[in-house]
Design a binder for this molecule. Sequence first.
Ligand SMILES: Cc1cc2nc3c(=O)[nH]c(=O)nc-3n(C[C@H](O)[C@H](O)[C@H](O)COP(=O)(O)OP(=O)(O)OC[C@H]3O[C@@H](n4cnc5c(N)ncnc54)[C@H](O)[C@@H]3O)c2cc1C
Length: 465
Amino acid sequence: MGATWIHGIGGSPIYEIAREIKSLESDQPWECMDDFLDDPNPITIAENGYVLSPYIVDPVSNLFNSLMDFAKGKKKSILGGIESDICVNGNVSVGSFLEKGLESYRKLLSRKSGNENGEWDKESLVESIFAMHENAQRTYSAANDLHKLGYLAESEWVMFPGEEITIAKGYSSIIESLASALPSGVIQLGKKVNDIEWQPECVTSENKHGYGSRPVKIHFLDGTSMSADHVIVTVSLGVLKAGVINKANDSVRFGFSPTLPSHKIEAITRLGYGVVNKLFLKLSPDFDLDRFPFLQMVFHKSDHFKNPKIPWWIRKTASLSPIYEKSRVLLSWFAGEEALKLESLPDEVILDDVSTTISSFLSQKDYNGNVKFEKVLKSGWGSDPLFMGSYSYIAVGSSSDDIDTLAEPLPNTKVLESTKSGSPLQILFAGEATHRTHYSTTHGAYISGLREANRLLEHYHCIDV
Ligand SMILES: Cc1cc2nc3c(=O)[nH]c(=O)nc-3n(C[C@H](O)[C@H](O)[C@H](O)COP(=O)(O)OP(=O)(O)OC[C@H]3O[C@@H](n4cnc5c(N)ncnc54)[C@H](O)[C@@H]3O)c2cc1C
């Protein structure tokens, strides 16, 4: 329902753990166990069933990839040499950068060929294929709108080199392995924290909570509490944001007493955190086809040609594909508003709407009749009060510095130095949103946990550990 991939095996600590515990092999089939998704030629179909030739799709896909490689700093030029036409400065978004890239490409195109008439002319095809890639990019970044995704930070995000692979025994095997190193009973599940009481100023014996010398007190939703010397907070940025804007929720309310310092609150507010959901669909047995294709869907942007039977929440879905070749389970990704809408819909509505959409896409291919599904499974990260979304991104108006600000422990060491009193390292912050270059990933979350554990080891001079 959540993480599946190791994003680059070269140097990834998650890959090392998975390899060590033999989680990369299984007797059971698993998601993306073959190279099916690396298929360079998925079937791309335009709304109402027109199968698009790679001659039309590939140049646009290459343009999009070239623009994103340029944005990420992987390449110094863009296909067609259009980089000089795209002026990028200040607080620009990935969305507006892509818009300029497409515009320059269109100018090149119009010099080369005229438009055709009909439902799909060349220009609207180019625009819609480009939009398909933009929608895939929304799921990679979790930004609902690419105009909110900061351009400048794109080149700071680092991916490990090497192949991207899935874990045969699933990500839970990694968690289980990490947890098995701890003495039993140390991990307490189902304890929801709703308040972390800390001592930003000088701690004297009077203003402690009467729990020995420990400066932090954690209050749980069930009314119990626990005192601590140090707390490493790893709740999602979504939960932190909800706490900051005091979005009261009856099942979980998470906050700090006193509230976090303003520079932390500002960083939390500025950083982006979005919703990405997965939708799994199982084909019904009467869909007797050897294999369902890796289907890329190109939707009309013009209202005039839109098929009214296709609901808005499917119109930004880039693809639908089996989880491995010949699997009857298909997977599609949703981001932003569409992902939230998906969470709210009953299974029957999802099955109906997706069947109608896919049948219309496959109407001119050799598939017998309507596509029917028998089962649906979807994630619901946006409405889960323990997550409030999926992963972080650098929004326009924020920067990677906000990530570093979020990662700073409390109380601020400068305050402690100036008052020459108080307990240091009461609240530490880890989790994907606190890793400057690997945010949004499991390895980012893991590495940030090591960082904070090491901070405490150093504090206690446990240099040999
Ligand atoms: C659909 C999807 C697909 C993804 N795919 C990948 C992928 O393929 N590869 C990859 O590397 N990453 C992927 N990610 C991202 C990855 O899952 C996250 O970056 C990672 O899980 C973040 O870990 P974390 O520990 O920072 O936070 P989280 O996983 O958000 O964990 C936070 C924890 O805090 C707990 N919590 C929250 N509030 C409270 C409270 N009040 N009291 C007590 N506990 C609380 C939650 O229960 C949760 O256990 C994906 C994410 C999603 C949603």
